[in-house]
Design a protein around this ligand. Structure first.
Ligand code: DC
Length: 231
């Protein structure tokens, strides 16, 4: 049966999409897909293959994406913590803006939404949560629930800085803030599938809410729109 319980979560880097997705997946028994991690996985694989990331060879990048996607190896790369290194951060937007790569990833994401994988404990998923930049607008325009999660660049930079330090990397606040602002701009202004709030998406600003408040706002909307029976 084709899954119809799809929740689309979009928004810029560091806004709290991942935290909300995980909490909702645990609560509702949904499978979650972090689509940014797919673009990061492709980028990391190219870096590891010592590809010249300042002059990406399109044919190579497209072929590699197809292989990673067909073999599901993309999910293995997506689990590598290096996908969140500063080097991957530097190049991921250049990979994510390639239309042919987005087209391959689009199929991958649609298939996840219509047929979500079982939960880690083996139970069948009750639905899917897909998070990214273009989920509510391009990937799942008919999703019954859409959120656009945002926060000020300063709040997001502080969160990212903490993440780098926890990973043992050295970083300073001003550089992280500049990189966030640059990446927002690249994501917002690219020609293919730019980051955009869908007209029917509900906006949540996590600079104003803590994690629990954000979860409660989302839960209320989901309970109104989806018929999910929780045991
Ligand atoms: O959410 P993130 O920071 O892990 O995303 C990494 C990059 O991938 C970022 O530059 C935006 C891009 N991305 C995208 O273009 N489309 C998506 N659906 C998800 C992420």
């Amino acid at each position: 049966m084709v899954n119809k319980n799809i929740i689309a979560i979009d928004g810029p880097a560091g806004a709290g999409k991942g935290t909300l997705t995980k909490r909702l997946c645990d609560y509702y028994g949904f499978s979650g897909l972090d689509t940014g991690s797919l673009y990061r996985a492709i980028t990391l694989c190219m870096i590891e293959m010592e590809h010249d990331m300042d002059n990406i060879n399109l044919e190579f990048a497209i072929e590699l994406t197809r292989k990673l996607s067909d073999t599901h190896k993309i999910l293995e790369y997506a689990k590598n913590p290096q996908i969140r290194s500063q080097l991957t951060n530097k190049y991921v937007a250049s990979v994510a803006k390639i239309p042919e790569i987005r087209a391959i990833m689009r199929e991958y994401q649609i298939s996840f939404g219509t047929n979500p994988p079982d939960l880690p404990d083996g139970r069948p998923a009750r639905g899917a949560i897909i998070e990214g930049r273009d989920i509510g607008t391009v990937i799942c325009p008919n999703a019954p629930v859409k959120f656009f999660i945002t926060a000020s660049p300063e709040t997001r930079a502080s969160r990212r800085l903490k993440q780098y330090i926890d990973q043992g990397e050295t970083a300073n606040y001003q550089d992280v803030l500049a990189s966030i602002i640059a990446r927002d701009e690249a994501d917002r202004t690219r020609a293919t599938s730019p980051m955009k709030q869908a007209e029917d998406a509900i906006l949540i600003d996590t600079s104003l809410n803590d994690k629990e408040q954000t979860f409660q706002v989302a839960k209320k909307v989901i309970n109104e729109r989806l018929k999910i029976i929780l045991e």
